[in-house]
Every structure is written in C-alpha cells, then in structure tokens.
Design a protein around this ligand. Structure first.
Ligand code: GLC
Ligand code: GLC
Length: 826
C-alpha cells in the first residue's frame, strides 16, 4: 500500500495522506541552520549542533506521536484546523505534503479556504522561511483568524529536557512590532538569540505557553486558538513560545501571502545590547527578516535553492532501464548523502540529537557518498575528524560538531575506527586528484602543538591495526568494531553498564580490553582498505614504506586464511576465550555478514574459490525478500562473552536484523565478483524506491534508507513471527546512504573514481541492454554509454573516449571539456 507517489520531474515525494505509517520527514538546511519537518509540520530546528544549540523544542516518543513543531492554526467561525492536519486533526477536504530538495510544501483545504505553506532554509541563511499562501476558493467572503506557533528550547536540548528546577525560571523573551525574540540567558553568557517574525502587522501575540495552550489543553486544542483571540501574554520563565495572531478577511478568489521567519542570530559580545544595556541588539535579525519579507524575495530564495540542487545533482546522472534506480541515484540517495554528511547520526526522529554528535567511523563513511558533491566541505570534515585522533592512531569515537572536540565520556578503543580515515582520504583524492590533503597539518587530540601531516595520520591509522594483533595475528576486537554490539571484553551482568564503555575489572590490567579477542571483520576491512594506503605511498615515491605496508596486508590475508576461513565463509571473530564466533561449530550465530564482503573484495583466498562459496552461503542463510540479515541463526539467549548483540531479540538490530548498511558491502562484493544479477537482486530488496508499494509493511519513508529492517526472525522468540518482518526503523541517518550510493554507482553501474582517473567497470543484470550516465569529474564531463550486446553481467571489452580506444577501463583524467565515452561489455 502506498501513501503517495514520486514526482521525479520536481524531485519530490508527494504524500497524499497525513496518516502515514510513521511520521515521514524531510531535512531543511545544509550549512548551519537545520530543521526537521514531518509531513504534518512536526519537528524542530537547531543551529549546527542538535544538542548544544537547539532552537525549538521537541518531545520524542510522544503520545500521540510527532507532537510539537511549527504549526499554523486557522479558526474560521469555530472550525479550527491546520494546513498539515495535525495537531488539531480536523478532517481536511484536501491534504498534500511535498517533500523536495531542502524544502517542504504542505497544503490543506477546508470549507473553500486553501492554505499552502512552503518551508525552506535558504542558502547561506540561518533561518527557516515559512510562506503561507491563503486563498479563498469559495464564492463567499471569508473572515478567519490565523495563529502561528513555535516553542522555544532553552538552547541545550539535554539540559532543557531535565533541569526543570532551573529552567522553569529562566525563560526570557522580547516582543517588538511583529517579531518575537527568544533571549534566555542572553543577559549573561550567551551571545545568541532566536526570533520568529511575520512580514505584516499583527493583531496580537502570545509568548507564554500556558496562556496560549492552557495548562490542561494540548497542541490539538490550544485555548487561544479556540477562543479565536491571542492573549498578548509575556513569558516570565516557564515555557516561552512564539505565536502570532492575525485577523484576515478574503473576498472570493482573493489570496493573501504572509512570510514568517524563524531565525537564529549570533552577536559580537561588545554589540550584544542597545544603549540601555539590556534590550537586545536587533540589527542582524532585522536585516535577516528584510532579506525575505516579500513573496518575490521568497521566490528568489527558492530559485536559488533549486539552482544549488541542480548543480549538486548534475554531477552524476544516470538513465538505466529501471526508473526506480534512476530516482534513487539521481535524486534521493544523493540527497540523503548530503543529510548524513551534515548530521552524521545526531538528529532524526530516532536519534534524539542529544545522544551523540559526529562519529569517527560514521562521518568518515559518510564522505564516501558525499565527496563528489562538495569536495571542499568533505576535505574540511575529514580534517575535523582526523583532528580527534590520538598520536598512536586510536581516536575518539565521537565528537561534538559545535566544539569539534572529542567526547571524553565515550572515549576510544573501537578497533575499526582508524581504517575509515584511510578510506575517506583516499576517496577524496580519487575524486579530486588533490594530493595536497596529505600535506595538511592536522592536530592530534585537537592539540595543534601535536600536529602532524595527514599522511602521518594515515600511517598511524594503518599501524594501529598492525600493532594491535592477537594470538591468530588478527586485529584485536577491543571494545567493539563496526558492529557496536559485538563487545568481546565487556562481560557485563549489571543493568545500565554501557556495552561500549564499561571496563570489566578482568581486563583492567590489560588496558581495558582482552588481548585475545580478535575481529575478522577488521582484518578484512584492513585488507580492503590497506591497498589505498599502499597506492598513496607509491604515488609519493615511498617505495620502501609501500612494500612494508603491502607485506602487512599480505600477512593479514594469510592470517585470515590460516585461522578465519570456516570452509564456506569467513569467521566473525575469536572471543576472549579464544573460541570461534560465526562458525559452523557455533550453536547460534554461525554466519555473520560483516567480514564477508570486504574479504571478497580484497581477494582473500580467491584462488580457493572463497568468493563464490561465500556468496552462495550468504544467499542461502542470510537473504530474505526484504534484504540480508546480519547473522544466522539469531541469538536466542544472552551470551555474556559477546555483549550487546545478544541483548536484542532475534530479528532486530544487530541480532539478525536486516542492518542495511552492511547489505551494501555484499552488493559491492557480488558486483566485484562478477555477479551482477545477484548484486542487483540484493540492491532492489532494500532500495527505498522499491519498498514504496509495501509502505504499510515498511512503515518508514519510501525515499530514504533506514538503519534497520525487521529480519525473518523478528517475533519468533515470543511465538509471533512474521508481523514485523520487513518493517523499517531508524530512517535517514545511516551509513547505508553512503554505502548504497557507492554500491549502485561505483560497483553496479561501475563508475568509480580511482587515483589515476575515472574507472568504468559495470556489473549489471545480464538482461540490461546497457545504460547511460553523465559524470562530472575533475573539471570534465563524461557522457558515458554502456552497451551490453551479449548480455553479460561484467567485463569491459572495449572503451573509447571521443572515438579513441583506451587500454583497460580507466578514463585518464583530462583537462576539462565534454567527452563521449562508449563502453562495450562482452
Ligand atoms: C549504528 C552506528 C554505527 C555502527 C552501526 C552498527 O549505525 O551509528 O557506528 O557501525 O550501528 O553497530
Ligand atoms: C549503535 C547500534 C546500537 C547500539 C549503539 C550503542 O547505534 O546500532 O544497536 O545500541 O550503537 O551506542
């Protein structure tokens, strides 16, 4: 069952019912100011950091769901409604929500009155613009009142949600003309405030939540709206809000447009106040308001936003036999990559924005799907991330985007973290050909006095693995690897201990984690990632270092084959007792997905046919119609030696859920191994556009990936299997976005930036006749036509650039221009 449709020409998903199976959201803003907006206008805004600089308040996991947002209320002769249906939930005569690239348009109609609201964050602007267009479509005069609504968060979202003894007394606002300012703590240590404005005189306002809503009412029946009149309330502590009140009369056919702005301002300390020393200096706010105070200016801002996205999405554009592939590659997957680049795993409807900032591994992986869009921003981010590394190559697992400092409470010792830096730096060089990133001086632990070149950071990253091997010469598993929930040193038996940070006394003397437990996943990630480091060293003429690094990679491959090949697939780990994890010998959890793809892609044991054997085992044991589960059989009890993974009921999350991020690695590996049909099968099982028809089962947005889909085992432990199989969770902020962008564009369609140029090596369904793509790369544009006359999956028979044959399948980087590339498979 569907709840809308794709409008590809406009790059929008059009939602036609407000009762989606879960709030379906969009992200506004890509630079400093961000808003989340659901299809009923729920959500919240923040500046740069969802935890430390929250602008509007949001209550997660509310009853009913998705309460709180920016709301417009209309009261026409006692009929009260919202253009987005919620929170009043008056049945509308028409409802539509269009989520587009950086904007959302919500339209509602009731009794001949139409309200169309466009929400967007303009380019280079710290605010959300909301244009409300009201049209009287009836034959009679209409008089009604319009109320806006936003609830301020007292800046630090964490503190705001629990420090009530203080916060109920600190809230402060100012009202001047049609602008309501939120200035809590501005008097003392803060130099920022927020405002909510409208471009016309108003008939009243409210700034105190209890006056506007009423202590015993809710968002769905605010007292002031029901009364049809604002109170002009002035907040003094408690919960400051901003609500404008306006009386409107429209003749038949008449339209009225109002522009509201929810903005954020930072002031230099010396200029914080007006001459009286206490009134806030409004100069910046007023100039922000002036920038979008007419419909014409709003239209110009929207046009600028569209142009920015035209440019971004013009870099890679494909035309394949599947329109679902085209809409993922050309529109939604790239869009999601921008969002994950900006927000890592911090703020969504599942990530509360108070839990974590940017992740070292997460943000490095996000680069892979984003780097072609704005390489300069990718570079800046890579440097920020690398700055939270330690001199020995270890690193803070997370950091706060506002301070760019590592989070000490989470700390480090995640065994996979350093390797992702090698991958992101390589991706940056491959995209841009800009080797100078290696010369950048980058601090350790944010301390510039300890800065070293980025190349040195790569070296310590590489050797952090080599220097931390266990008894089988495989990398130590430490607190966790990519799978946060495989915690082989935790041995926790007390509720509340964090599986990732708790140090069991047993391993205290050894430095906090077992020196026996080893990760095969990290071993395979090392053999997959390492060759990039070798290529970089060779490029720099450091042949001895390159040879040493290659030797370490070869030794790792040998160690994997000696100790981690289980006969039909690769093991997952050795636990702290030296026992195998992810082996046929295990009672449960016999096969895991994570090491397999990387091992296949680095040819570990290829001469013994490990690649095809492993793919066959994965297909048999892990595949389902909704994607590949993470492990099988699911754990049905708590294994203290494995940690968090076995705390999840089977079929969910890391315990046999369909954790879509790692599905991409198998899609890449199948494509790499020449199995284009298989790769495409796995791709189409999870790509959101393919889940649209089953939105009632999938629940989350059909235009973006989520972190997890309920696996085949979901509910089986309670005798109720099947119900949640295929159900999505944790949409938007997931490494799946970047990795599936890589999987479809670089491995399946095979357009892969390499150090020396643009490689074209498709691995597609045999039935395809071919496809077309256009790719801007290092200043040139390549119009690529792939022909598949013999209906193979993989194998480039010939490649011509502007009619001239090229040896091999790498298009050498050229100096600009537009080039016609013909690739024939066979
Ligand atoms: C989450 C985390 C990511 C981790 C994954 C698997 O998506 O953000 O860092 O790799 O879970 O545990
Ligand atoms: C990741 C995992 C999740 C785990 C968390 C711990 O997000 O997906 O299952 O609880 O990390 O930080």
């Amino acid at each position: 069952m569907k709840f809308g449709y794709f409008d590809d020409a406009k790059r929008e998903y059009v939602i036609t019912s407000p009762r989606t199976p879960y709030p379906w959201i969009n992200y506004l803003g890509t630079q400093g100011f961000f808003s989340l907006i659901s299809n009923t206008a729920g959500g919240y805004s923040f500046y740069k950091d969802a935890r430390l600089r929250r602008i509007t308040r949001y209550r997660y996991n509310n009853v009913p769901i998705d309460m709180g947002g920016r709301y417009f209320y209309i009261n026409e002769n006692g009929t009260v409604w919202n253009p987005g249906w919620s929170p009043v939930k008056t049945e509308l005569d028409f409802y539509e929500c269009r989520h587009g690239m950086g904007y959302t348009v919500i339209t509602g109609k009731k009794n001949g009155l139409k309200a169309e609201v466009t929400f967007f964050v303009p380019q280079d602007y710290d605010g959300e613009v909301q244009q409300v267009v009201l049209t009287n479509e009836s034959d009679a005069m209409k008089s009604f009142s319009l109320f806006s609504f936003a609830e301020w968060c007292l800046w630090d979202a964490q503190d705001d949600s629990n420090n009530f003894q203080r916060n109920f007394s600190t809230g402060r606002v100012e009202v001047k003309d049609s602008v309501i300012y939120h200035k809590t703590e501005y008097r003392d240590r803060r130099n920022h405030y927020a405002f909510y404005s409208v471009n016309e005189p108003i008939d009243g306002y409210d700034t105190d939540r209890d006056s506007f809503i009423g202590l015993y009412n809710g968002f769905g029946d605010p007292q002031a709206v029901l009364a049809g009149k604002a109170n002009d309330s002035f907040a003094d502590g408690w919960a400051p809000i901003a609500s404008h009140y306006k009386k409107i009369t429209l003749a038949p056919g008449e339209t009225k447009t109002l522009v509201f702005i929810l903005g954020y301002v930072e002031m230099p300390v010396a200029e914080k106040f007006e001459a009286d020393g206490k009134t806030i200096n409004k100069v910046k706010a007023l100039s922000m308001i002036a920038k979008y105070d007419t419909p014409a200016k709003v239209a110009a801002g929207m046009a600028e936003l569209r142009a920015a996205w035209d440019k971004l999405l013009g870099i890679l554009n494909v035309s394949t036999p599947e329109d679902k592939v085209d809409r993922m590659v050309n529109i939604w997957n790239q869009y999601q990559c921008m969002v994950t680049f900006n927000l890592s795993r911090s703020a969504s409807y599942f990530e509360s924005g108070i839990g974590r900032g940017m992740g070292f591994r997460d943000s490095n992986q996000d680069i892979l799907g984003f780097v072609h869009q704005i390489p300069d921003r990718a570079k800046e981010r890579i440097i920020d991330i690398a700055s939270t590394q330690f001199p020995d190559g270890g690193c803070y697992h997370q950091y706060q985007p506002l301070t760019k400092k590592g989070n000490a409470d989470i700390g480090g010792d995640f065994s996979d973290d350093p390797l992702w830096l090698i991958l992101s730096v390589s991706a940056y060089i491959k995209e841009t050909g800009d080797w100078s990133i290696l010369d950048e001086m980058v601090p350790y632990d944010n301390d510039m006095s300890k800065a070293q070149t980025m190349l040195e950071h790569l070296k310590v990253s590489f050797y952090h693995i080599v220097n931390n091997l266990g008894p089988h010469k495989l990398p130590l598993a430490m607190r966790a690897d990519w799978n946060d929930c495989i915690n082989l040193s935790c041995y926790s038996d007390t509720p509340g201990e964090s599986f990732q940070t708790y140090t069991n006394p047993k391993f205290k003397a050894e430095g906090g984690y077992s020196k026996v437990a080893e990760s095969v996943m990290v071993a395979a990630l090392f053999t997959y990632t390492g060759p990039n480091y070798v290529a970089i060293l060779k490029h720099l003429g450091k042949d001895d270092e390159a040879k040493a690094a290659q030797d370490a990679i070869d030794a790792m491959k040998k160690a994997i084959m000696d100790s981690a090949w289980d006969g039909d697939w690769f093991l997952r780990a050795y636990d702290a007792n030296g026992e195998k994890m992810g082996s046929k010998e295990c009672e449960e959890g016999q096969i895991f997905i994570e090491p397999q793809g990387f091992a296949i892609m680095s040819d570990v044991g290829k001469e013994q046919g490990t690649d095809l054997k492993t793919l066959a085992a994965i297909d048999e044991r892990l595949n389902t119609k909704f994607g590949l589960v993470l492990n099988n059989p699911a754990y049905s009890k708590y294994y203290i030696q494995y940690g968090e993974i076995s705390t999840y009921p089977g079929g969910y999350k890391e315990n046999a859920g369909i954790f879509t991020h790692n599905n991409a690695w198998i899609i890449c590996a199948a494509a790499y191994a020449g199995q284009g049909d298989l790769a495409f099968k796995y791709y189409s099982e999870i790509a959101p556009a393919y889940t649209e028809d089953t939105s009632d089962i999938h629940k989350t947005e059909p235009y973006v990936y989520g972190q997890m889909i309920g696996g085949k085992d979901a509910g089986s432990d309670i005798g109720r299997p099947g119900k949640n199989f295929g159900q999505g969770k944790n949409s938007w902020l997931t490494g799946t976005a970047a990795w599936n962008m890589v999987a479809i564009s670089q491995y399946i369609l095979g357009i892969m930036p390499d150090f020396d140029g643009l490689k074209v090596d498709p691995s597609i369904p045999a039935e395809w006749d071919g496809f077309k793509a256009s790719r801007q790369f290092r200043g040139a544009t390549y119009n690529i036509t792939v022909k598949n006359p013999n209906h193979v999956c993989k194998g480039v028979k010939s490649l011509t650039v502007d009619g001239k044959a090229v040896d091999g399948n790498v298009i050498p980087a050229s100096n600009g221009g537009v080039h016609e590339v013909i690739v024939t498979l066979g």
